[in-house]
Design a binder for this molecule. Structure first.
Ligand code: BGP
Length: 476
């Protein structure tokens, strides 16, 4: 049995435009939803509440994404560091607002297009394959304020125009694409990807209508990608979290199954199988959801399914049908109960390498398409020693155990394309807007209060990961 990582396995790291670039008002860039989100507790609150006004408030807030880690100006230095680690792939996203500043223009912004040309050229200089997410937790603010985000069908047209513009421009430079980052994540935190937080009573109706718009937009992008770049691979991207029943009580097993289907499979069923799954009708009936599906939508979705599944993996979820407040686990992205067998990160995310093997098997069993782990990593507080070193053994341990889990999944017969660790360079946290929640192999001197020199420094994990890649995952 071959337990090795395949030749050409795409080892690398992952980022998102709004979490690294900065340069928020340079190069004719328009305002994006990420540009109006403050950091810290305020962000955590705003991401959950309906009624956010999306205004810039320079009096009260500093905005972490405005400068981020200044990749916009430092991409050459950063890419040289990725190359030094031996990256085969770099996952990044394009900021929609650099290409269409308001989302509504008929022609793309040349300065924005030229920026990504420079980034892709720099990556290719070192033989690093760009893996590009078209929409990663942001959209032009105009589309949020004037159209209500993905509630509006009109976004489909704007998104298609944006996708076509970047396919045409980068057809010779980018061969791996994904449409929406963590599309299913909107079930729990829709603000960044959908551009709204629904009121409680409208929640399901609005959310599932918005999902439908994204499914149509994603299929149109797949269609365009096949026409414009026939040798490209285009995937969906889901937040994968296997759901475990708390115990073997049949009611808990059934509940966990329902949660698993809705969270891990609903979006992937539509995007990979090309059909709304049979289980969703009961959910729609019970939650009074009627999705406006236009003529031709279902055929479009059926005919333009994705080539692979990109997934992020951070945690498993343990579910119990009737849980008390005390049993709920704080921190995890989804609300479940505490798993007594798992430890958690500093932010309460339960660490479960075997869960990665489980979800890879479940997804492969169900879909039989290649899987690409495009996010995985440990957010942690890093400490710089007096000699300037950062000894992040906890991060090495986390990544090592997850790579081992992938190797087991390979032995189980799962087809894996690559592994890009999340936040290969320290960046702005999506959920908290903090800099102190660090994921990187490369430390960036930037702090929650906005201070810092932005200087880059290699952590211990930098050298460890370099060797992992050099040995194609043999030495962990
Ligand atoms: C995923 C997002 C990323 C990233 C990561 C870590 O959900 O796709 O954008 O931020 O999670 O999350 P956080 O930054 O909240 O720690």
């Amino acid at each position: 049995m071959n337990k090795k990582f395949p030749e050409g396995f795409l080892w690398g790291g992952a980022t998102a435009a709004n979490q690294i670039e900065g340069g928020w008002n340079e190069g004719n860039k328009g305002l994006s939803i990420a540009d109006v989100l403050p950091g810290g507790k305020e962000r955590v609150k705003l991401l959950k509440e309906p009624g956010f006004t999306f205004e810039i408030d320079n009096e009260t807030y500093t905005y972490p994404n405005h400068e981020a880690i200044d990749f916009y100006h430092r991409y050459k230095e950063d890419i040289a560091l990725f190359a030094e680690m031996g990256f085969k792939a770099f996952r990044m996203s394009i900021a929609w607002t650099r290409i269409f500043p308001n989302g509504t223009e008929s022609e793309p912004n040349e300065e924005g297009l030229a920026f990504y040309d420079r980034v892709f050229d720099e990556l290719h200089k070192y033989g690093i394959e760009p893996v590009v997410t078209i929409s990663h937790y942001e959209m032009p603010l105009t589309l949020v304020k004037e159209y209500g985000g993905w509630r509006s069908r009109e976004l489909v047209t704007f998104f298609e125009r944006y996708a076509k513009a970047i396919f045409h421009r980068y057809k010779d430079k980018v061969k791996y694409w994904m449409t929406f980052n963590e599309i299913n994540g909107a079930l729990h935190f829709p603000m960044m990807s959908m551009g709204f937080v629904p009121k409680k009573e409208e929640k399901h109706q609005e959310l599932f209508q918005a999902f439908h718009h994204q499914f149509v937009a994603s299929s149109l992008a797949v269609k365009a990608c096949r026409e414009i770049i026939p040798d490209a691979k285009i995937g969906c991207m889901i937040l994968a979290a296997p759901v475990y029943p708390y115990d073997c009580h049949p009611e808990n097993v059934m509940y966990a199954l329902q949660e698993e289907r809705l969270f891990n499979y609903f979006c992937a069923d539509v995007q990979v199988r090309g059909e709304y799954p049979s289980f969703i009708q009961r959910f729609f009936d019970e939650h009074h959801v009627t999705v406006d599906i236009r003529e031709g939508d279902l055929q479009l979705i059926k005919e333009h399914t994705v080539d692979y599944i990109g997934l992020s993996y951070y945690m498993s979820i343990t579910q119990k049908k009737d849980k008390t407040e005390q049993e709920k686990v704080p921190g995890n992205i989804l609300e479940g109960v505490k798993n007594p067998f798992l430890k958690a990160s500093d932010w309460g995310w339960e660490i479960d390498p075997t869960g990665l093997r489980i979800i890879l098997n479940r997804l492969y069993d169900r879909y039989q398409v290649p899987l690409f782990v495009v996010e995985n990593g440990l957010g942690a507080y890093d400490k710089m020693e007096e000699d300037g070193s950062i000894n992040d053994d906890y991060r090495i341990e986390y990544l090592r155990s997850h790579i081992e889990a992938m190797r087991e999944a390979l032995k189980d017969g799962v087809e894996l394309m690559g592994y890009t660790t999340w936040g290969c360079i320290d960046l702005v946290s999506a959920s908290t807007g903090e800099f102190s929640k660090r994921y990187g192999f490369i430390y960036v001197d930037k702090h929650d209060d906005g201070s810092g020199t932005l200087e880059r420094k290699k952590k211990k994990s930098f050298f460890w990961y370099k060797n992992v890649i050099a040995t194609n995952g043999e030495q962990l």
